[in-house]
Every structure is written in C-alpha cells, then in structure tokens.
Ligand binder design. Sequence first.
Ligand code: ATP
Length: 289
Amino acid sequence: MMVRVSAPAKLNLTLDVLGVRADGYHEMKSVMQAVDLCDTVELTETAGGITLAIMGSDLVPDERNTAYKAAAAFLQYIHREEYGVHIDLHKHIPMQAGMAGGSADAAAVLVGMNALTGAGLSTETLCEIGAAVGADVPFCVAGGAAVASGIGTTLRAVAPLTDGWIVAAKPAVSVSTAEAYRAIDSAQGLPTPDHDGMCEAMAAGDLPRVGELLCNVFEDALALPAVTALLDEMRVCAPLGCRMTGSGSVVFALFPSEEEASRCAAMLQEKYTEVYICRPITGGAEVLI
Ligand code: ATP
C-alpha cells in the first residue's frame, strides 16, 4: 500500500521573539499562514525498517532528516517499531528559508503514517508527536492560519487568508536559525508586531491592511543586505506589503491579483533562481491518494 501526502510551507505574517526561557528556548508569537508551495511525500509499506530517498535536493537521506524522525516518532507512539516504511521525499520548498520545509515534511509523514497504518490518531495527537520533532510541525499538521506562541507549538486557529497572490523569492544568502536567534538576542529597538490587528484584517478579508501589518523582528535584527535589496526590488512592483518570513532568508510580497504577482515574479526571475508564486490555503498536510 502507498499514500501520497502534500507538505505545504508556511509564511509568518507577523513574528515576534519575546525572550529566552531558562531552558534556552525562545518564547515567540507569530501569525502563521499555510501556502500551496508544497513538498510531496510518498510512503510505501515495506517488510521492516525506515528507509528514505530524497529527490530535488542534495540533503543526505539519513536518520537526521525530519521525515525519518517523524516516522520513527509515530511508530514509537503506536508501539509498532517493527513496521516497515519507505519514504520518497520530493523537495520543492526552499531550504534554510523560513518556510518550515523540514517541519512540513515531518507533518506530511505523520499524516501519511496515520493513514497507512490505519492508526486513526486525532490531529491533536499528531501535533503532540510532531512537537517533539520540530516547533513548526504542529502548525504544518493543522495548516490554515494560526497564532503560534510559546516555542511555536501552542496554536490558536484563526481565520485564514482566502484571497491574495504571493511572490516568494530567496536571495543568495541562507540563515541558520541559531544565527538568527543570536542576532535577536543582541538587537535593540525592534518593531512590535500587531498580531491582533493582523487576525482582524485576515478575518475581514482586508488584504491592504494585511499587507500594511506584515512585520518580522528577524528582518530588522538580521538586516541582511541581500534581503534589503530584494525587498527594494519587490517594492518597485507596488505590492500591498512585503517582508522576510521566519528567520529568513526568503522574502515574500502580497498582491491582490494573479496578474500583478506574475509581473513581479517575471521581473525577479531575471535575477534570482528561486522565485515562486503561491496562494494561501485553508488546510495543512493532506493525503492526496
Ligand atoms: P523554519 O522556517 O522552520 O526555520 P527553514 O526553512 O529555515 O525552516 P529548513 O529548510 O526546513 O529550514 O531546514 C533547515 C535544515 O534542517 C536544513 O538545512 C537541513 O540540514 C535540515 N533538514 C532536516 N530534514 C530536512 C527536510 N526534510 N527538509 C529540509 N531540511 C531538512
């Protein structure tokens, strides 16, 4: 038996870091939105063990991969460590990008394993298993839009965007999450995102206001010249707003129409290799077949 599962990426419409906890983890708050830029995960039942193949990336297919970790955590949870599964992972989401590519893959594996094994676990339980694999995994399981808090694993579902076209592009710089948090810890005078205002604007379908309220403290703390340059180029196309997502380095611009988004993407493609057009979605990782 085989299942194919979509693994959608996320964008941070707002993102704030509130401080460091005694255990070294950072407290954060963010309005997250799932988008239809997806990896694909195929799971096939085998005689025993977990095996992994990765297409579209030079990532090493070993037990450090989030897809592998999610499969192992799932089988441990249902006490079926003897179960065999082969994972084919097709990467499309840019990496070290702030789009939660690794977490999306883990979420898709959890959703797929639930279907493949017939375990019938609830979404809440899959989120609980996923939180141990990565902080963004619960959001990638749930999808849609949510206010994430704590270390990112506490979610409150909110009305997702149902409109708008997004151009996402990666400049020629990658940021490790650890490096980004170091920059935050030493930064001064960072902006304060209006999370409630963002949720209200989303619920009202007020795209111009959503664009105005996009805010990410990592963008200011890191102040990466390549990110600033790309944002300036996007602004030439007059988006409703544009910001970096997560700890970078992907930046995204919000447009009201496909035509405007396509024009911006075409302009950026002359200079950048990783340019994507995507749309907000109301779900998360989903079994396709
Ligand atoms: P986030 O938005 O959660 O910070 P990100 O886009 O910054 O995510 P990813 O690309 O998801 O970061 O992953 C960062 C690192 O994790 C990669 O450079 C890679 O070494 C490792 N990794 C492990 N599993 C995966 C996976 N399935 N896909 C991508 N990267 C993975």
